[in-house]
Write a protein that binds this ligand. Structure first.
Ligand code: SF4
Length: 229
């Protein structure tokens, strides 16, 4: 059974928003089919790639192949060269060309807006599908990446071993109109406070009840901090 947080999940998300400040702007869905293909391409480029590199490489790919027709007709070697600064550039080049071809053949050149159809595209997993659904089409979805999976488990919101299970569990505890917000807030929280290595528990508002905090900071430190509030 998963441990229960002592505050409601929605308050947890609000607490994270407070801690990360107003820097996290949750972008409005693009809701334009013309934007959908570049968004899908950029999401695939971003896998295991730093944000700055993703931005730079996505811009270069977009200039050369802004639509599925152009992408599908590219030589893989040329696309590999554009993708080279990103991780797994050979695999991503082949994947992107196959995705473009499938979108042309099966969806009249339009990125599909259903989870099933997105998951049927070559190499597209739940994380990418959910991100595109929420980001492009404004369809409520929970994009579970490493940050969302780690933080949800550290806090005891869920007790899961895979991102897929985390998504199912989070869908059960958050109302639908909060789903798209979860990724944006937890990613920023995970980059700045609840970091994968060296989480800043002593500065975290959840340190008094977070199950992980006890093993991260000493009781002495906890007492000192609660006494100073
Ligand atoms: S107390 Fe530590 S482990 Fe728990 S949420 Fe905060 S930073 Fe993460």
């Amino acid at each position: 059974m998963s441990p229960s947080p002592v505050i409601a999940p929605l308050d947890v998300l609000d607490g994270m928003s407070d801690m990360i400040g107003s820097k996290t702007v949750i972008p409005a869905p693009l809701q334009s089919s013309a934007d959908a293909f570049p968004a899908l391409v950029s999401t695939i480029i971003s896998l295991r790639t730093r944000d700055a590199v993703t931005t730079q490489v996505s811009a270069a790919v977009y200039r050369r192949a802004p639509d599925p027709v152009t992408m599908a007709s590219m030589e893989q070697e040329e696309l590999e060269e554009l993708l080279r600064p990103a991780g797994f550039y050979r695999r991503k080049a082949g994947q992107l060309i196959r995705i473009a071809a499938q979108i042309l053949e099966e969806h009249d050149g339009m990125v599909p807006n259903s989870r099933e159809a997105l998951l049927a595209l070559p190499g597209v997993g739940l994380k990418t599908a959910n991100f595109v659904l929420g980001m492009v089409f404004g369809i409520p979805s929970i994009c579970v990446d490493v940050h969302v999976h780690r933080i949800s488990n550290r806090l005891g919101l869920v007790s899961t071993s895979t991102p897929e299970d985390t998504e199912v569990a989070l869908r059960n505890i958050f109302p639908e109109d909060w789903w798209s917000r979860i990724n944006h807030v937890m990613v920023r929280f995970g980059q700045t406070i609840c970091r994968p290595v060296g989480p800043r528990c002593a500065e975290c508002l959840f340190r008094g009840w977070c199950p992980e905090a006890a093993s991260r900071i000493s009781q002495h430190e906890l007492d000192k901090r609660s006494g100073s509030r």
